[in-house]
Write a new protein. Sequence first.
Length: 256
Amino acid sequence: MVDITMQLNQKGGFKNMDDQNNLHIGESLYLKVDETEEQAIKSDEKSKQSNVQEREYVAKIVEITDSYIYISLPTNIATQKTAFITDGTPLTAKFARKDQAVYEFLTKVVQRINREVPMLQLLKPSSDHIYRIQRRSFVRVDVTLNAKLTIKNDPSNVTHATIFNISGGGLGMALKHKILDLTVGSHLFVDFQFTLRNGTTVQLRQECEVVRIQEDVVNQRDKIFVSFINMLESDREKIIRYCFEKQLAQRNIRSS
């Protein structure tokens, strides 16, 4: 077994002076088990499949101390069932920030804490051993979702669109009708919804800023690309979770 404690102490780090890479209670961690340790997972399905979608999990940070991170029991993203991870299992953890960066660190399970709400205790890395791994944007996935668009300064200016890709940072949409006076920098509200793997339907009304317009003279269905602004982090986390689930499903289709 790889000594994760040694890796945490020896691996060269990227220091982020604005403190963006510090962990916060309530945010989601996306976890992946070290491939050499996949046998340590005892899923509630009693399965030992080696497919990557069976080894990725999401959990909430519920408590942080100087040395440890305490998380809710991880949920398998593919099956939406609780995973049981044995003590000492190495993990790679990721989390996203509103600056559209994704951060990663190495950790391992110390022990399970059996309280009224069970938790896992993880080894906490120092902030200079948390690495920015994606600077430009969140994971973007192809989708087909309906949306209603309303110009912020003109509530009567409403049209509909099809969302063709989505990320934690914004949307790509094909307009069903042209919007008069729409320019780069315009602000609009986008109403849309999506369904998570566990059956939960998420409905959002989100303020966005147009960052690019791609005209389609032939089909008269211009494409616009927008970034989210003034977004609640709880809503962003729902979108990130949806993107992870879609990415896993698409990866599963390609490998079948």
